[in-house]
Design a protein around this ligand. Sequence first.
Ligand code: FMN
Length: 172
Amino acid sequence: MLKSAAQPFSKHYEVRMEMVEVFVLYYSRGGRTEKLARAIAEGAEGVEGVFAAVKRTDYATGVDFVDCSAVAFGSPNYFSYMAGPMKDFFDKSLGIRDRVTGKPAAAFTSGGGSSDSALQSLERMINSFRLEKAADGVVSVGEPSEADLGKCRAMGVALARAALKRAEEPKE
Ligand SMILES: Cc1cc2nc3c(=O)[nH]c(=O)nc-3n(C[C@H](O)[C@H](O)[C@H](O)COP(=O)(O)O)c2cc1C
């Protein structure tokens, strides 16, 4: 039987275009880590269908973590570890761990020296929260160089692509 034009075709053939979100969570006191965070967002937003949300730890909640499609964590190196506010965010997020499993993730740090100790502490959190590392970490020393910012933009692109790929996978 031919369908009449009055039938609600749109209801049956609705096309939904969903944007994916790359969430860039960072702590920064002097602004260096923030510059890296913004470069990651710039990279992510250059990928079609992706937007980025950049939040310092004091403006972020577990809802941001649960709702995003991919996440980047950034911190200054404080005493060879991530800064306290970043660690506090993870401590408070333990209860939502099962709701973030498998999200693409990556980490970046700023330090006075070239140690990757703070990066390692963030990447251990990627494991603890059962996230999927989607890009190599970035360790920036001193004021972020153009090369550091370029690596961060590339991290944003990698997270965006991994998030788009995951969004296309069939849900269980
Ligand atoms: C309390 C404190 C501890 C620090 N400990 C380290 C450290 O162990 N290793 C290091 O390389 N830099 C250390 N630094 C330097 C900062 O990591 C560095 O200045 C960083 O670029 C600051 O980032 P921000 O501008 O985003 O705040 C420390 C700075 C502070 C304030």
